[in-house]
Each structure stands twice: as structure tokens, then as C-alpha cells.
Design a protein around this ligand. Structure first.
Ligand SMILES: Cc1ncc(COP(=O)(O)O)c(C=O)c1O
Length: 373
């Protein structure tokens, strides 16, 4: 796609790079799906944590963003984003006070999955004369947070609607168990179930007098499947801006759609079958896929050298093995790696190099990096 690979020589390594043309294509493709399916796109920005990318997503049609943590919300709101869903339970006085401050600056909605937490939020917002939008978290199989899509969820929804300073906007789920799938067929089945379970639950709630504005689902592998189920109102994929080797392994995309890569230099070839690069676990991250199931081999996909595998990582060294390593690589050689999981790679870097037209056009700061509080 890019005949001139000037960027490979121009940058100091190891460096996380983002190909702007591919990034834009991924953003537009998901937006097109959302528009054609008549669902809102509220992308999760945990994958990029970069205000410039959030701005592109919103300019292209996203209706606000999703974040995990208050700190990420803060970084994005300070950069001008005005509509944020914090897909996380906000517990304890310190955090609730921070949340109240954020609601004064932007439209903010949070996750709830217990009456204890909902009551605590209600009390704090009542004391300030404010109302908070919430989405009830439903567990469709990830077994993380969330209530089961059963009578428990209906009862909890009823109790939340009685809290005067909370506004129950709807229900949401994240079918993250999809990352344990071993085939695309399994992905399709998980996505279908994610959408249908949520729509059925909303129907039951409606029968009991609970009107929901939002039925929100999403992960990158399932968004285009659950998002097609009639009744779903919103999708929240995050990783789709970059994709990565895990998404390739699940059959979601090919390498050409992966907009985030790590450029690394071969620093040593100590044996015929082994080379060492300057990207280790501090750059590539140790992720091999969730749930103990792996659709990838090694610690990243080396573009153009599919016979070679990154077999081991220490903090600052990556070990490449393959029978013809010495014939294929030389010391000083620059290679491009599609990481297994783009999200932790982003969290490990201060800035990404932006490649446009085959050249480094600048750097974007990862402002939401490390904001775990
Ligand atoms: C609640 C929630 N929604 C959406 C997403 C986005 O999913 P993905 O990373 O598959 O794009 C995540 C990811 O962890 C999530 O936790």
C-alpha cells in the first residue's frame, strides 16, 4: 500500500506507529455500519486513549465516547469531548466527588450493577441537587461485572427507577467472552446471543413498565453482529480503530486493516535461527489473548516475515526464532510488528508516530495513558 517506507528509517525505535489512512478507513467503516444499521456508535477509547483519535471518531459521526475509568473521562473531557459513558462502577466518596465534578463539565453516564452502589450515587447526587444518568450492566457471559439477564435484572431496574436522583437510561453489556472463541463461527454465535439476550430482556422490562432508551452492546469482534439485532440502539467497539493480531486470529480482519504497528530494530543475531530486536515486553506487552485461549502464536505478527516468530520477550529484548532467521534479517534491520493486543501497547507508550503517505507526519500524545483511577 505504501511503496515508500521512509518512516522505517526516519524514526528511533522501538516506536509505536499509527497509519492514519488505515485508521481513518477503520473508523469510517464502523461508522458506515452503524449508520446503515440505524444504531449509535459510542466507541470505547480505552484502545487508543488519544484525544485526536476521539475527535476524528466524533467528527465522523460517533455519538460520544465510552471510557473505563474516571481518569480517562477526565483526560477526554479536558480535551473537549462532551458526552461520555463511563462503563465502570464508580464506588466510594472520593470517586463519586470526582464524578460530580465531571458531570458539571460534560454529559456523563455511568454503569451500575448493584442497589448498594446505585443508592450511594443517588444520595451523593441528591445532596448536590443533581441527577445522574446510569446504564444497568448486564452479564451475557463474560462473568465480570453485571447482573444476569433474569428476574434479578428486572428487580434491580425497578429499584433503580425508584431512586429520584438517578435516571435509568437503559442497559448495557460487553460480550468480552468472545476473546475466548476459537473460530469465527463461535464469534458469530456469541454476538447473536449478546444482541438477542439484551433485546429480550428489554422487552420483559417494558412489560413490567420499565422504559429503556438505550440497549447498548459491543466489542470489536461482535459489534457488527449484535449491532444488527433489531432493537439494539448502540454499539461500543474500541479496538476496531487499530485491530491487532488477536483480531486477525479470530478472523475479524487481515493484516492490511491493522493500523497500529511497532517498528523495531534487529540489534543482534547470535545464532543462525535466532535474532534479537529492541522491542520487549515494555513495548509489545505480554498479552497472548484473554481467557487462557490463544489464537496467536508468539508475541506479535512480523509483517512480511511470517515464517519468523517472536518466541520470548524480556523487558527490552524480543527474541525472534525461525529456521532462516539469519538469511532473512541483518543487524540494523527495521521490522514492523502487529502486536497481539493493541490496547496494552498503547498504554505503554507516551506517544505514537503518525504515518501518512509513507512518512512520519507528527506524534500524538497518549493523554489517557495509565489513568487507572
Ligand atoms: C464495557 C466495554 N465496552 C466495550 C469494550 C470494547 O471492546 P473491544 O475492546 O473488543 O473493542 C470494552 C473492552 O474492554 C468494554 O470493557
Amino acid at each position: 500500500m505504501f511503496p515508500i517506507k521512509r518512516y522505517l528509517q526516519d524514526i528511533d525505535t522501538p516506536q509505536v506507529v499509527v497509519f492514519k489512512e488505515i485508521l481513518l478507513q477503520n473508523i469510517r467503516d464502523m461508522q458506515k455500519f452503524a449508520d446503515e444499521s440505524n444504531v449509535k456508535l459510542r466507541p470505547h477509547i480505552k484502545s487508543h486513549k488519544i484525544p485526536e483519535i476521539a475527535k476524528i471518531q466524533i467528527d465522523e459521526g460517533a455519538r460520544g465516547i465510552t471510557v473505563s475509568k474516571l481518569g480517562e473521562a477526565q483526560a477526554m473531557i479536558n480535551s473537549g469531548v462532551d458526552d461520555v459513558f463511563i462503563a465502570y462502577e464508580i464506588v466510594g466518596e472520593t470517586k463519586i466527588n470526582r464524578l460530580i465534578e465531571l458531570t458539571r463539565k460534560a454529559r456523563v453516564c455511568v454503569a451500575v450493577d448493584s442497589l448498594e452502589n446505585a443508592s450511594e450515587l443517588n444520595r451523593a447526587f441528591a445532596a448536590k441537587g443533581l441527577t445522574l444518568d446510569v446504564l444497568l450492566e448486564i452479564d451475557v457471559g463474560l462473568k465480570r461485572c453485571g447482573v444476569k439477564p433474569s428476574q434479578d435484572a428486572i428487580q434491580l431496574a425497578k429499584q433503580i427507577t425508584k431512586l429520584p436522583n438517578l435516571n435509568l437510561k437503559g442497559i448495557f453489556t460487553h460480550a468480552g467472552q468472545v476473546y475466548g472463541a476459537l473460530s469465527y463461527d463461535e464469534v458469530v454465535e456469541i454476538g447473536r446471543k449478546e444482541g438477542e439476550t439484551m433485546v429480550n430482556l428489554a422487552k420483559q422490562m417494558k412489560k413490567e413498565g420499565i422504559e429503556l432508551k438505550e440497549i447498548s452492546v459491543g466489542s470489536t469482534p461482535t459489534a457488527k453482529i449484535s449491532g444488527k439485532v433489531k432493537g439494539i440502539t448502540e454499539i461500543r467497539p474500541g479496538n476496531y480503530v487499530f485491530y491487532d493480531a488477536i483480531q486477525m486470529g479470530l478472523g475479524i480482519v487481515s493484516a492490511r486493516a491493522c493500523s497500529l504497528r511497532v517498528v523495531s530494530t534487529v540489534i543482534s543475531i547470535p545464532a543462525k535461527n535466532r535474532a534479537v530486536i529492541d522491542a520487549g515486553s515494555k513495548t509489545l506487552a505480554l498479552d497472548k489473548g484473554a481467557h487462557g485461549v490463544s489464537v496467536v502464536s508468539g508475541f506479535g505478527y512480523i509483517r512480511g516475515y511470517e515464517s519468523l516468530t517472536i518466541t520470548r520477550l524480556s523487558e527490552e529484548h524480543g527474541i525472534i526464532e525461525g529456521t532462516s532467521t539469519k538469511d532473512l534479517l541483518h543487524i540494523g534491520h527495521r521490522i514492523e510488528i502487529i502486536p497481539n493486543h493493541a490496547c496494552p501497547v498503547i498504554n505503554l507508550t507516551d506517544e505514537v508516530a503518525v504515518i501518512d503517505g509513507g512518512e512520519v507526519k507528527g506524534f500524538w500524545k497518549v493523554l489517557g495513558r495509565g489513568k487507572s483511577k
